[in-house]
Design a protein around this ligand. Structure first.
Ligand code: B12
Length: 475
């Protein structure tokens, strides 16, 4: 069959992100013998014209639309991508009679909402490779498709996510074709601050109360052989001259032995690359940090969210404060630049907890940047949804397709201002109020153009001029 996979994402913040998910499903379709093309709209000056032109060029038998983001998860500056994506879907519909299949992480967090709003025939919830290929077969033969695990037919999209709709299917990753990187022009991404996305595993066994990663990827780790991860990196580096990679794993360092093996393979086969990854403190020690640095890791982002005993418990994080201290020291000793992400506003959190978080981090190795956010995006079927409903802040009618944020009422009437005031006391702390400043955005663009990785490496230097605290607030 002739198949077109369209990647809808055009977001440029914090940098343009290459369409790894779309490259995976396109590769799977090709491996199954289909003639699959990819249309990446990230840099397209006129996405609708690009869609019309592409759909005129070949009589496609099926079109896939990859929806990476539903919204930007920014409490202070919320943005939904729905209208933009709907326009693309409508253009596809008008330009081709081929069945339209939706998929992607942004789709998977709210499949029902998307199918209600977009003119599509099917949706694939969670992992796409096997389901998309099975669906193409059924489309080809005209048979029913909604019994394929993960596939939802738009006409009976009522009550998606009942038991039985498999998500993050448990298939082994070894059998998957590698993403079709040759279909992506990485040069432009890398010039504008982006990376080649790479995955060393799927799945997330942790149970953070607000998170949808286990839903998208499954709750158990499925590991790729370390040698094939390194081989994929080496091939893209060779074929496309790409040097900058980003591990898209929810937590790169877990399980630790696998992360170590991946680092050793990369160091042996691709000595000249640079990469970054999201990590957490579980098993992140001096040996792993050293191996990561040796393998070309130039930046680690610790998605801690909480750092005090109380807030860690409330968010269901899988580590303790002493593990945080140990992992920050390990990264610092290995001379890997590192950033910390914090998420304030979780259940029962007070300003005293924010103050305690700052004191705790003051006592650890100093990160290059601390990103402090306020407000937890509430997703359906998470423990946080249940908490918000029990507290009555989320009414039964609230549609979680629209961004809804949980912020503990104990943070007061102006949680953003209050956290801002605490954050401004330290040069390494930054908040959404900083990120939205045009001057900071300009600096970020320049940093991206200069090829500096990680982008936040020197935030203490330029940030301090912009966030100088009022005299009476220095604590
Ligand atoms: C790594 C990551 C990042 C990195 C990206 C680094 C890089 N260079 O790639 C960084 C930190 C930069 C980032 C930024 C953002 N991210 Co992010 N990110 C992720 C993460 C952890 C993995 C994404 C990934 O690449 N996975 C690997 C690929 C292979 O999987 P996939 O894309 O899901 O594709 C599979 C399926 O979805 C499906 N599929 C995909 N396309 C298609 C198409 C069809 C037709 C079919 C059938 C199937 C299908 O099959 C694929 C293969 O199995 C996810 C969470 C998660 N675990 O999924 C969040 C996630 C995607 N991000 C999210 C968001 C919101 C953002 C930001 C908007 C946040 C912000 N305010 O800055 C930005 C947007 C950046 C941009 N320009 O688009 C949300 C999206 C949901 C939502 N609410 O919209 C997620 C789900 C996290 C969350 N908050 O819940 N992100």
């Amino acid at each position: 069959m002739r198949v077109l996979v369209v990647s809808a994402n055009r977001e440029r913040s914090p940098f343009p992100v290459a369409p790894l998910g779309a490259l995976c499903v396109s590769a799977a379709a090709r491996a199954a013998g289909h003639d699959a093309d990819l249309l990446d709209l990230t840099f397209s000056p006129s996405p609708r014209r690009a869609i019309r032109r592409t759909l005129r060029s070949k009589p496609y038998d099926a079109v896939g639309l990859s929806i990476r983001n539903l919204d930007n998860c920014f409490y202070t500056c919320p943005k939904s991508y729905c209208d933009e994506v709907r326009t693309l879907a409508e253009t596809i519909r008008r330009s081709s009679p081929a069945p339209l299949v939706l998929g992607g992480s942004g789709f998977s967090v709210e499949p029902r909402g998307w199918l209600d709003r977009l003119p599509a025939d099917y949706g694939v919830v969670g992992e796409g490779e096997a389901a998309f290929v099975a669906l193409l077969d059924r489309i080809g033969s005209g048979a029913r498709a909604d019994d394929i695990p993960g596939v939802v037919a738009a006409r009976n999209a009522v009550g998606i996510r009942p038991e039985g709709v498999a998500c993050g299917a448990g298939a082994s990753l070894e059998a998957l074709a590698p993403p079709s990187h040759t279909q992506c022009r990485y040069r432009r991404y890398i010039r504008t601050g982006g990376f080649v996305g790479i995955q060393s595993k799927r799945g997330c066994p942790f149970e953070c109360i607000y998170c949808v990663y286990p839903w998208i990827e499954g709750t158990e780790y499925r590991l790729r052989p370390a040698a094939s991860v390194a081989e994929e990196i080496r091939d893209v580096a060779r074929e496309q001259g790409a040097r900058d990679f980003f591990f898209t794993d929810s937590v790169f360092n877990s399980p630790r032995e696998h992360a170590l093996a991946v680092c050793r393979e990369i160091a042996a086969t691709s000595p000249a690359i640079r990469w970054m990854a999201y990590c957490n403190p579980v098993g992140f020690d001096a040996e792993l940090a050293r191996e990561m640095a040796r393998a070309g890791c130039v930046g680690v982002e610790f998605g801690l969210d909480a750092v005090t005993e109380k807030t860690i418990d409330r968010l269901g994080k899988p580590f303790r404060p002493d593990e945080i201290r140990a992992c920050l020291k390990a990264a610092s000793d290995a001379k890997i630049p590192f950033a910390v992400h914090l998420l304030f506003g979780g259940p029962t959190e007070t300003l005293a907890d924010v103050e305690e978080s700052q004191r705790f981090l003051d006592s650890c190795a100093t990160p290059n940047a601390i990103f402090a956010s306020v407000g937890l995006r509430v997703y359906a079927h998470t423990p946080l949804e249940r908490i918000a409903r029990a507290e009555g802040v989320l009414s039964p009618e609230t549609d979680l397709f629209e961004p809804f944020y949980y912020v503990s009422k104990e943070l007061g009437d102006d949680p953003v201002g209050a956290v801002d005031r605490i954050a401004r006391r330290r040069v390494e702390w930054t908040t959404a109020s900083d990120w939205m400043k045009p001057s900071l955005r300009l600096i970020q663009t320049l940093i991206n153009r200069m090829g500096i990785r990680p982008q936040w490496r020197d935030i203490r230097n330029y940030g301090k001029h912009m966030r100088r605290p009022p005299k009476d607030e220095t604590a």
